[in-house]
Design a protein around this ligand. Structure first.
Ligand code: PMP
Ligand code: GLN
Length: 459
């Protein structure tokens, strides 16, 4: 037998690829494209980054040969200096640009380096649910074991549901800590929920980290997007936490430039040095011109910090309006949104919607996955099933929610009175039709979603 065939007859894949093959973004982004659906699923702005960073990028690419070549492995010197200067002020700790900062290919790679560098075989990592889905495969690929603790909705008695009503039980969290626990992973503002952890909640987590000598991986990619007075606090800024927290950020979210894939990890040099080892032996360095542009963005924001001209004030103000509009759109069709205190996603409970999910091809999947597939295929609207952000242990409890992304310009269409009138008319017509039809439940589901699609369809 030829050698080639012998080699190919062996099992090709490595063990670390087992059990991490499914990916909600790969699946639903493709499905949305296949069905040409209005995409309120994947989280990226459908508008350009602010002019000042676009200009900085253009200037960088026409700025001579060095902008097109490798730069320093652990971060372009100009960018690490900008990040250190900017975040020293926010964290209240003097950040060393060359020791305490690692620039990565998006927040994804910062997370990957953190798990690879700091989690070992047999380590347990506590992940607060709902969680950005990649934490789980990253723990597994590092040889660790993920242990989950969910934020649970409590009924605060208010008619308006808020992400702030989802709380972490200190007892439940403490009960998950064992001698093998190495780290706790949090995400604030949270994707998909929008929860912005209050300082007391962060203090409770910090106390446990300090008491049990744990690391904290704090994913803060939506740090500038908070609403209604919610204040983003960095857990690294709490006493005793700088030395044990890896704070992860993303220029994709910060400057609405998800395609640039510039991210970073900031922490004590004692932790960052191990992450640098993973980085230097895998990616080595990140795109020079994009780093240069992000650096200019941060320098500008440093000067304008706290002023109305700051993008970190303007973007949340714009998104606040979009958030309100999406919420009223959902309410107008009988769905109750969970109002996010931060980020650019909104989840809603779909259990009141009765739809005939008769697609045989999805019959073994969870309810929200089936529902979202139906919505894409039948109604041309893409969203994301929320159980994708829960562990297999808890996903069943949370499979009646779907996530909408509201960082979309198409909502501008709402401003057109014509569209609103059209919708009002459509809504009245559908209400009349519903009343006429005996099988009100299934029709209610259909008309709800037709309405949501109408809101977003580009006109
Ligand atoms: N963390 C969270 C919570 C996210 O939502 C995302 C997606 N933007 C990432 C990390 C990855 O960010 P990036 O695109 O910068 O890799
Ligand atoms: N972070 C983005 C979201 O939550 C998308 C990430 C991705 O597409 N891989 O929608």
């Amino acid at each position: 037998m030829p050698l080639f065939q012998l080699i190919m007859a062996r099992r090709l894949y490595a063990n670390r690829t087992i059990g991490v093959d499914k990916n909600v973004w790969v699946e639903f982004t493709q499905l949305a494209a296949d069905y040409k659906a209005v995409n309120l699923g994947q989280g990226f702005p459908d508008f350009s980054p602010p002019q000042f960073v676009q200009d900085a990028f253009c200037k960088a690419v026409s700025g001579g040969p060095q902008m097109h070549q490798y730069t320093r492995a652990f971060g372009h010197p100009r960018l690490v200096k900008s990040l250190a200067k900017f975040f020293s002020r926010v964290v209240g700790h003097e950040i060393d640009p060359f020791e305490d900062v690692l620039v990565t290919v998006g927040a994804y790679q910062a997370l990957f380096c953190a798990f690879q560098a700091l989690i070992d075989d047999g380590d347990e990592v506590i992940i607060v649910e709902p969680f950005f889905d990649c934490y789980q495969p990253m723990v597994l690929m590092a040889g660790g074991t993920a242990v989950y603790v969910p934020l649970r909705p409590v009924n605060g008695g208010s008619t308006v549901l808020s992400s702030g009503d989802w709380v972490l039980s200190a007892e439940e969290l403490a009960s998950k800590i064992t001698p093998r626990t190495k780290a706790i992973v949090i995400n604030t503002p949270n994707n998909p929920l929008g929860k912005v952890y209050k300082v007391e909640e962060l203090q409770m987590i910090a106390d446990l980290c300090i008491k049990h000598d744990l690391l904290c991986f704090s994913d803060e990619v939506y740090e500038w997007l908070t609403y209604d007075g919610a204040k983003h606090v960095k857990i690294a800024s709490l006493p005793g936490m700088w030395e044990r927290t890896i704070t992860v950020g993303s220029a994709g979210k910060t400057f609405s430039a998800t395609g640039w894939k510039v991210g970073w990890a900031i922490s004590s040099g004692k932790l960052i040095k191990h992450m640098k080892i993973i980085h230097q032996n895998s990616v080595y360095h990140c795109a020079t011109a994009a780093q240069e542009a992000v650096s200019h963005g941060f320098d500008r924001e440093y000067e304008l910090f706290g002023t109305p001209e700051s993008y970190f004030q303007q973007l949340p103000a714009t998104l606040h309006r979009k958030r309100q509009k999406l919420a009223s759109c959902l309410r107008s069709v009988g769905l109750q949104p969970v109002m996010p205190e931060g980020g650019y996603f909104m989840i809603t409970d779909i259990s009141s919607v009765n739809v005939d999910l008769n697609d045989e091809s999805t019959k073994n999947e969870s309810y929200d996955f089936r529902f979202v597939k139906w919505l894409i295929k039948e109604k041309g609207l893409a969203t994301i099933p929320v159980s994708a952000f829960f562990s297999p242990e808890h996903s069943k409890e949370f499979d009646k929610y779907i996530r909408f992304c509201f960082v979309k310009e198409k909502q501008k269409q709402w401003k057109k009175a014509k569209v609103i009138k059209q919708l009002e008319k459509q809504k009245r017509q559908e209400a009349a039709e519903r009343a006429e039809q005996e099988e009100s439940q299934s029709n209610k589901g259909n008309s709800c979603h037709l309405l949501i699609v109408s809101y977003y369809r580009p006109r």
